[in-house]
Write a protein that binds this ligand. Structure first.
Ligand code: GYE
Length: 308
């Protein structure tokens, strides 16, 4: 059996595919799981992965993509920071005949031919679900603080859109303040502190709607420091479903989150491998879905996730 294993290894080495991946950064626990899962999946398939962390800056992503093109990789995966500004570099990849896959957030190009497929969840739907949970919980009577994600990022634009669409049907619900926390824990805390101060300490605030768990976790700290009880005085609802947030829900500090699947590597490599084998009929958009979780199942879910 060891001879068989060696033969397998050798045959994989011959067909080794090199893929460049430009990742947004490591701003959140969700993002880190996403990066780790792509790396693990590449390893499993014998793919040579060139990983580049853009530290939330599009200019770094464009440089990385240009260097992937110069190195002649077989395919490029981009998880874009923002939607705009992608056309020139995608045209360069196209000229070099290197297929591009978009992961997670979207890009604003009107020419579909500039990338093969995008794999992502429906961010508008996430916003709708978060809002519907909050409206049901408060009978639609709620003054809301909002922590937005990165300005210009699909995950922020679309979550806001979905959430606002739902609360528009509830005249007693309103967003009283909304500011970006750039998807990070530190910024989430800082901005929440400022918003609470501006709202006389937050005594008339019913809920925090955060575009991701990471900012919500920072904000929970700010709520506590303001002398209020997160999860009761101020309800907390967000998106991602990272282990730390399940812990916060189990502790009663947070109320709900819409889970986001971080395992985008498998489906991305499936598409790339099919394309490299000659398949040309590929789906333009592959959507992942996730459920909304609340305190009821949080402790059990946390145990499951912390084990992984
Ligand atoms: O929710 C957040 C991350 O783009 C959907 O980016 C993604 C978001 C995710 O930083 O945690």
């Amino acid at each position: 059996s060891s001879a068989f294993a060696m033969a397998l290894c050798a045959s994989q080495a011959v067909s080794a595919t090199t893929i460049g991946f430009s990742q947004v950064g490591s701003e959140s626990g969700w993002r880190t799981s996403f990066s780790e899962s792509v790396k693990a999946e590449a390893e499993k398939r014998g793919i040579e992965l060139k990983f580049s962390d853009a530290q939330q800056k599009q200019e770094n992503q464009i440089k990385a993509v240009r260097s992937f093109i110069a190195q002649g990789v077989d395919a490029i995966m981009i998880a874009p920071v923002v939607e705009t500004g992608w056309k020139p570099v995608l045209r360069e990849a196209k000229r070099a005949r290197i297929p591009v896959i978009i992961l997670d957030r979207n890009i604003d190009v009107n020419n579909d031919g500039l990338f093969l497929t995008r794999i992502a969840s429906d961010f508008v739907e996430e916003g709708r679900r978060a809002a519907q949970w909050l409206m049901d919980e408060t009978q639609g009577n709620c003054s809301i603080l909002e922590l937005q994600g990165t300005v210009g990022a699909t995950a922020a634009i679309d979550r806001m859109k979905g959430f606002n669409e739902v609360i528009a049907g509830y005249p007693e619900a309103k967003i009283v303040r909304s500011q970006t926390g750039e998807f990070t824990r530190t910024k989430g805390k800082e901005v929440m502190e400022a918003m609470l101060k501006a709202e006389s300490g937050g005594k008339d605030i019913c809920a925090l709607w955060s575009h991701n768990d990471e900012m919500a976790i920072g904000a929970i700290q700010a709520i506590k420091e303001a002398g209020l009880k997160p999860g009761e005085d101020i309800l907390v609802v967000s998106v991602d479903g990272v282990p730390d947030y399940f812990k916060a829900m189990a502790d009663g500090d947070a109320n709900a989150t819409v889970e986001l699947n971080p395992h985008l590597g498998g489906p991305a490599f499936d598409v790339i491998e099919a394309y490299l084998k000659g398949e040309r009929k590929l789906e333009k958009l592959i959507t992942t879905t996730g459920d909304l979780f609340t305190q009821e199942t949080a402790a059990a879910e946390y145990t499951k996730r912390a084990k992984k």
